[in-house]
Design a binder for this molecule. Structure first.
Ligand SMILES: [Zn+2]
Length: 327
């Protein structure tokens, strides 16, 4: 491994203060710790760097969310509520500020990719984002981190055509809401079939509306689907991107499709995440001149989450080593 390889983790100790109640809730602070520990014990250890996020500003949140939701969220935590709308969306007193800092991991990540496309950038952030809708939280998500990063990338760096690829076990309904009428923003999701899984969206025929027709690629998998079915999606993703021609790629990296993760009926192996890492690196190499940012979404099996995330990042590094003789 050459000296030019680096993996930049964007994280903050404050992420552990988003309090989901300490009971049965699966979205717990330990999720970030097990990933950090696995990376320290992985071959990537000598190449790890860290960066702090900055909070997303109100105007950066408002590119997708409504004023009403921002006020309602802030008011709920200040009043000491323990959840918003549904017990899935547990909050503590500091959750609003921490959610703005989680969205900010994507902003700092975009800046880092633009400044140094050689480094592999990963947001080790929580709460996750892909279920968050403009005016409400959903499925442990409060602000849609991937969408906020995508809009920042378009506005700040004029990368007009953006694609989000999401391999979390659940469909990112909030990302679909953001992009479905937008001809310049694409969303690809590999997830458990909506007949069997939360949140019930992500049918293959949902492929965009109006001017956004053709910019969604929903690839639902049946319960029990594993590595072979994941690999079978790769050709469709490549031909979709050949048509769409993105300038930047954001990965919604969720690890709850693992066979041992109770949050889905999918049966991905630990090792498939190495292949997914190599695949997204290849997509970035082919289509976006290497512009690639990954942000953590789900993944709840504390025994397996660390290895899955570490292998995903190793996959990106391995692809780049094999295709950049200078490294
Ligand atoms: Zn999920």
């Amino acid at each position: 491994m050459g000296n030019d390889i680096s993996v930049t983790l964007i994280s903050d100790p404050a992420y552990s203060k988003h309090d989901t109640g300490g009971g049965e809730h699966p979205e717990i602070p330990e999720r970030l710790q097990v990933i950090a520990d696995a990376l320290q014990e992985s071959p990537l250890q000598p190449f790890l760097k860290s960066m702090s996020p900055r909070p997303a500003t109100r105007s950066q949140l408002l590119v997708f969310h409504t004023e009403g939701w921002l006020f309602r969220f802030e008011e709920a935590v200040l009043k000491g509520k323990t959840y918003i709308d549904h017990p899935d969306n547990q909050v503590g007193y500091e959750s609003y500020d921490i959610a703005t800092l989680s969205a900010g991991a994507g902003l700092v990540g975009v800046d880092k990719v633009e400044a140094d496309s050689g480094t592999v950038v990963f947001g080790l952030n929580r709460p996750p984002g892909h279920h968050a809708e403009p005016n409400m939280p959903f499925g442990f998500c409060f602000f849609n981190n991937c969408v906020i990063a995508a809009r920042y990338w378009q506005e700040q760096y004029h990368r007009k055509r953006i694609c989000i690829l999401d391999f979390d076990a659940h469909h990112g309904n909030g990302i679909q809401t953001a992009f479905e009428e937008d001809p310049d923003a694409a969303y690809i999701s590999i997830h458990e079939h909506p007949s069997f899984s939360y949140p019930g969206t992500g049918w293959p025929e949902e492929n965009g509306l109006g001017a956004g027709k053709g910019t969604l690629l929903n690839l639902p998998l049946l319960p029990g689907a594993g590595d072979e079915q994941v690999r079978e999606t790769f050709a469709a993703i490549v031909s979709f991107l050949e048509r769409f021609q993105p300038e930047a790629l954001i990965v919604g990296a969720g690890f709850d499709a693992h066979v041992d993760d109770d949050m889905s009926g999918l049966a991905f192996s630990t090792d498939i995440y190495l292949e997914l890492g190599m695949f997204v690196a290849e997509l970035a190499h082919t289509f976006t001149q290497g512009r690639l940012l990954s942000l953590l979404e789900g993944g709840y099996n504390i025994e397996k989450l660390g290895s899955c995330a570490a292998l995903f990042l190793q996959g990106i590094v391995r692809y780049r080593q094999e295709h950049n003789p200078g490294l």
